[in-house]
Write a protein that binds this ligand. Structure first.
Ligand SMILES: N[C@@H](CCC(=O)N[C@@H](CS)C(=O)NCC(=O)O)C(=O)O
Length: 218
């Protein structure tokens, strides 16, 4: 039995997409960040910080998207979504899994300031400026390094799922047209049939109410 604990458009989408690439049969348990369901004792028993994703996999319970992605790639090596341990490219693949979380954490902090903070609390403008600049710098660095069709010269891998998910969400905070190579890369990713199947199971997102969140005025 495989069950993904998932919030639409959250990092658990990485796992959803990866499971579609691998071709697994799985169930999805849906949550919302807004309704308190992720603070229930049942959910906290699965996820210590009350976060998604959590994956129940054949009796094991895994949390942290990067770890789940690596575990799935190693459990199903025939899917060919990682360079084998010890092979050329493995270090770069692991770097990219973690780099994707550098981007993920910047997005999370922008979300906290601009999406989840409730009045009378106000976002910190200097902090939002800094986060926005750091997000743009992280994307610009990948734009400069993008030489082929995917992050790894060997071709599509789970690193593209980890990073591509964050690139998709960055559109809420930055103008993605500033990164033409990443935009072309993103078009390749979203054209993948497994991405389309994952989107069909993602569910209705209730995180963002707007299409774009600019840096607020001082
Ligand atoms: N590093 C963790 C972060 C997980 C995480 O923060 N997930 C968010 C959704 S993208 C969440 O569950 N937030 C709920 C909360 O903060 O209460 C991972 O990659 O799995």
């Amino acid at each position: 039995m495989i069950r993904l604990h998932h919030v639409p458009l959250a990092r658990s989408f990485r796992v959803l997409w990866l499971m579609e690439e691998i071709g697994l049969d799985y169930e999805v348990a849906y949550y919302s960040i807004r309704d308190g369901s992720m603070r229930s004792p049942e959910f906290l028993a699965l996820s210590p910080a009350g976060r998604v994703p959590v994956l129940e996999h054949e009796g094991a319970v895994w949390f942290e998207s990067g770890a789940i992605v690596q575990m799935l790639c190693e459990t199903y090596p025939e899917a060919g979504l990682m360079p084998a341990p010890g092979s050329a490219g493995r270090a770069h693949w692991l770097e990219m899994l973690s780099y994707a979380e550098t981007v993920g954490c910047l997005l999370e902090n922008l979300n906290l300031n601009l999406v989840f903070l409730r009045p009378p609390a106000k976002p910190s403008v200097p902090v939002v400026k800094l986060l926005n600049a750091r997000l743009r710098a992280a994307l610009a660095a990948m734009e400069a390094r993008m030489a082929g069709d995917y992050l790894l010269p060997s071709g599509f891998s789970a690193a593209d799922i980890m990073f591509g998910y964050g690139f998709e969400l960055a559109r809420y905070y930055v103008d993605l047209d500033a990164y033409p190579r990443l935009m072309a890369y993103w078009e390749r990713l979203r054209a993948r049939p497994a991405y389309g199947r994952a989107k069909a199971r993602d569910g209705e997102q209730d995180i963002y109410a707007r299409d774009f969140y600019p840096v607020p005025e001082e």
